[in-house]
Design a protein around this ligand. Structure first.
Ligand SMILES: *Cc1c(COP(=O)(O)O)cnc(C)c1O
Length: 227
């Protein structure tokens, strides 16, 4: 009988063995303690995702410095100052206002912030992000040319929260098509626009099949979150 592996290290190992080469794994550690992150770190994981600024800021000084932190939650504009400079990638930029504030703060700190733009394709109204047509307008108008200290590295998305695999596949496919369109025809001059972050514990194989090259997996590594 197959038994579910039951440590962070063994779950991480199991997932790593399934993820194709070239797909980056973000271990989503939000709501999990520093001790769990340490376990994953000791098993070789270096890339972690957090969704709240305060939680991230508390965890950073307690953990090794070579961790790459990804911010994946909704970022409130009043937290931009606190966050900028602490991440290797902000995956969840969901408005042009936020983008401008990140750019401004990065300029003040004399750094370049790497970010992804979040796309909204899911059924739920509660999810954040640009609609595909807003992004087409954004790239067509070359709005990114006014950014001096922000590098747009790609797109991030979540699929609808449903058991309907067809719907999930359609959501991912829509984002992948948008990503390829921006990359090859709308803004081919953009350098290093190469990251498509899609897929979580329950749906990442579908995301990878549609072209994701970054997956964000939390509960399948760390167990259920206690909020
Ligand atoms: C929490 C979260 C994840 C991870 O979800 P799991 O189902 O635990 O794998 C991935 N992406 C985003 C944006 C999240 O907020």
């Amino acid at each position: 009988m197959y038994r579910q592996p039951d440590t962070v290290a063994s779950r991480l190992e199991a997932i790593r063995s399934l993820i194709p080469e070239g797909v980056q794994l973000v271990a989503v550690s939000k709501f999990h303690p520093v001790s769990a992150i340490k376990e994953a770190y000791d098993a070789g994981q270096r890339r972690f995702g957090e969704s709240r600024v305060q939680e991230l800021c508390e965890k950073i000084p307690q953990l090794p410095r070579d961790i790459e932190w990804h911010f994946i939650g909704h970022l409130q504009t009043n937290k931009v100052k606190q966050l900028v400079g602490k991440t290797s990638l902000i995956e969840s930029v969901d408005s042009t206002r936020l983008l401008k504030m990140i750019d401004e703060e990065s300029r003040k700190k004399d750094i370049v912030a790497k970010i992804l733009l979040q796309v909204h394709v899911a059924a739920e109204e509660t999810k954040f992000g640009f609609t595909p047509s807003e992004l087409i307008d954004f790239f067509s108008s070359k709005a990114y040319e006014s950014l001096s200290n922000t590098h747009i590295s790609g797109l991030m998305a979540m699929a609808s929260n449903t058991d309907d695999e067809d719907r999930i596949k359609k959501d991912f496919r829509k984002v992948a098509e948008l990503f390829n369109k921006i990359k090859t025809s709308i803004s081919p001059e953009l350098r290093d626009f190469d990251t498509l972050s899609m897929g979580m514990s329950g749906d990442w194989p579908l995301a990878v099949a549609e072209g994701a090259d970054m997956v964000r997996i939390g509960s399948a590594i760390f167990g259920e979150r206690v909020y």
